[in-house]
Design a protein around this ligand. Sequence first.
Ligand code: PMP
Length: 414
Amino acid sequence: MLPDLASTRADYESFKARGLKLDMTRGKPSPEQLSLSDAMLVPQGNGDTTTAAGEDARNYGGDLRGLPEVRALFAEALGLPADAIVLGNNSSLALMHDCIVWALLKGVPGGERPWSREPSPAFICPVPGYDRHFGLAEDFGFRLLPVPLTGQGPDMDAVEALAADPAVKGMWCVPRYSNPTGETYADETVRRLAAMRTGAPDFRLFWDDAYAVHHLTAARTPLAPILDLCAAAGHPDRAFCFASTSKVTLAGAGVALFAASPANVAWYLARAGRRTIGADKLNQLRHLRFLRDAEGLHAHMARHRALIAPKFDAVLDALERRLSGTGLARWSRPEGGYFISVDVLPGTAARVVDLAKAAGLALTPAGATWPQGRDPEDANLRLAPTFPSLKDVAAAAEGIALCIALAGLEARAA
Ligand code: PMP
């Protein structure tokens, strides 16, 4: 039933009068989640710095791809071949950045020239999406081409039409528990991405499986194996895969990884070997000692889930109570990942963020989920419930639902 404007405004004013100060802007783990990994920070004994190969992890040396025993752990947990994996330092975003810069300056396997020599290179951007992906490509001069997400991944007819243009060099994908919609690409979507005809012979999927193991229910949502499907479709070099333990162990001090075909791995290592003698092996060992194996990693993620699933429920409850049946908003019910995506009445998202700010609630700026930070419909909001305490999330969710209702009712009355 539609609430009336006057009583919603009165509810909003009394919420504002509470003088709260809450932040729901970025998808950061809470202090309690970070503390789940405190044991990793206990100083290691002398013997503990020895790798499986008997080498001293404190020193230079070893395989530039990282410790084989750690690559094996992530291979199993992420469903990737261990041979395809190269471990980096703490940030997968930094690896994506390196790949883009190297592609621009050097080109990639299968390409005719460096991407910087293309007259007007472009990236396909499923929307709503991750602002840092878009900002990275934009900063290096790529045109950003939005394509809508459907609940099963991107609209593949639109993707195939755009990818036929030789200027289109790449595409951002968060294929599992996508940021922010929470959707996982359907098998058929993944198959079409692997098999589609591209105008550029060196087209790359930037396949960011950042939320691969971040389940919010007991089910572990599977994802079709992109490297296998690309190889089977005759495009073995199409995907650059990325992941990290930023939201598994420590968000500022995890282990990131790159995974791809043999030709792409050789290309990556040739560049990486100029950049570094090797990544932080002690951190790789710390992760191995702490997580132990893939099942240990999944058990650890279940402890995260116990902390954050109630926060997602609190937001969904508030949206349901205030907005269900009103036609003023639609929202995702994610089964994993870090976000809830809300579509409000077109033209009201920025107003919701302003109303929230005036009531002491910091939300991700409206438009942040679109290229250039501009949502043409001014409709999408990204909610990040993990960082604040459950009590604060519940209070913030009530306020957000009120702001959405008030902005929507104002717009309807205008
Ligand atoms: N990719 C996605 C989709 C993310 O949401 C995030 C972090 N919020 C990152 C990458 C950043 O990961 P990292 O810490 O490994 O750089």
